[in-house]
Design a protein around this ligand. Sequence first.
Ligand code: IMP
Ligand code: MG
Length: 183
Amino acid sequence: MQEDLERILFNERTILRRIEELAAEITAEYKGRELTVIGLLNGSLIFAADLLRRIPLPLKLDCLSVASYHGRATTNGEVVFRQLALLDVTGRHIVILDDVLDSGVTLAAICDKLKTERPLSVKVCVLLRKLKPRISPFEADYVGCNIGDEFVVGYGLDYMERYRNLPCIGVLRKRKIVPFPPA
Ligand code: IMP
Ligand code: MG
């Protein structure tokens, strides 16, 4: 798998070191309050597993699965929720975990939806943030690492559901990316 990478951006050690810092930041901020963490499937799975085990606070974990069709010519920014019932959002402090902040469309839609359930607070933590203009003017509260506007895989991030189990994060070779057929 690693041979499909054009270059490695972050190795496992670097990722874990940064996750420790993020965990310390979140732990300090939520001390004395009880958190509900919502991990977005499937991309945040591995990130969530490493981050949450470094946060020694009482918390509840839930996961949310959404389908985003933006990026394809057929829909514009539509985000479809695959489940209706959510655990413990009302009156609770929520932290949403995602793998990467790209256009911002998915996270903006999820935050809007969660806010209708009257949480005490909603914050967003992403492992990666692409430095680029966003479709939705959206910012994350906690960011692991900034990257350029490139397609990356590994450590939970996929291309067509592959590469999630790579321990590092790297830029996928262009020739591995199948172009979308014209609309
Ligand atoms: P956004 O709504 O455009 O911010 O991105 C939503 C989702 O697209 C992310 O949660 C990822 O699952 C996926 N995505 C965006 N950029 C990348 C990438 O570079 N590699 C793998 N997945 C990505
Ligand atoms: Mg994905």
